[in-house]
Design a protein around this ligand. Structure first.
Ligand SMILES: O=C(O)CCC(=O)C(=O)O
Length: 252
């Protein structure tokens, strides 16, 4: 897995419209990309299909729980969320907001992935797990998001009309005492289409204490993580990046 140092070695910005080959400073180790249409990937071989859940269906609750336990991610349809909500936020770089109870914070984030002349030598977004409780992504009908699954490797998230992607974050893994898995994911670029994705992060507020829920802890399932405040966990994430969760894991 790539390290924090690797993730941080890139210059911050580059005007890709004016370059015909990838500058060496952007070079990444080979990225496996689906060989058919890189912009509109559908998983025709059906080998490793991420769950797509119709949340209007009677069994949806169990399907969501199962997806969070097994995959740490799923797509959902029939959600009733107008996708224009996401599109409108594409006008903003970053829009933080807090809710009334101040236990959670929401953040909208716009990711823009330029067309890249040497897409298989570059990386759009380095492999990472999210700090937040959950993240909801609208990937604007352009492929690129991939999730890592043991045994299957990098699995492209296929495009499903109108679906939103949910990823479990580190703090949700802590809260559920490791039952829900925060998924390692990355975004690859392509040489044909510019991709925009809007992410909605449900975060814990800085003062909120996050620890495994009491009802999920017993003698056969001792707490796996120590309590942390949102602020402390952010600092740990900054310091340890993808190893932050490991740093709050209680020793047996
Ligand atoms: O661009 C995407 O599809 C996902 C973005 C993402 O993983 C993130 O913002 O953490």
């Amino acid at each position: 897995m790539e390290t924090q140092t690797q993730a941080h070695k890139f210059p911050l910005s580059l005007e890709f419209d004016n370059v015909s080959t990838l500058p060496d400073s952007y070079e990444w180790s080979t990225t496996t990309f689906p060989s058919d249409d890189p912009c509109h990937y559908t998983n025709n071989d059906r080998k490793a299909l991420l769950p797509v859940i119709d949340i209007g269906e009677p069994g949806a609750y169990d399907l969501v729980r199962h997806a969070c336990e097994k995959w740490g991610t799923f797509q959902f349809i029939n959600h009733g969320v107008p996708l224009t909500v996401f599109r409108e936020t594409e006008l903003y770089e970053l829009v933080p907001a807090t809710n009334g109870s101040d236990q959670t914070q929401c953040l909208f984030h716009l990711n823009s992935y330029s067309v890249c002349p040497n897409h298989n030598r570059a990386m759009g977004l380095a492999p990472h797990t999210d700090t937040s409780l959950i993240i909801v992504v609208n990937h604007s009908n352009i492929s690129g998001l991939q999730v890592y699954q043991d045994g299957a490797g990098w699995v492209p998230v296929e495009l499903v009309e109108g679906a939103l992607v949910v990823n479990v974050g580190n703090l949700m893994q802590t809260l559920t005492n490791g039952k829900f898995k925060s998924v390692l994911h990355r975004v690859v670029v392509n040489s044909i289409c510019h991709r925009l994705a809007t992410s909605f992060f449900l975060m814990a507020s800085s003062d909120a204490k996050i620890s495994p829920l009491r009802k999920l802890v017993n003698s056969s399932h001792p707490p796996l993580y120590r309590a942390v405040t949102g602020k402390e966990y952010f600092q740990l994430k900054y310091k340890f990046f993808n190893k932050a969760l490991e740093s709050i894991r209680l020793k047996k």
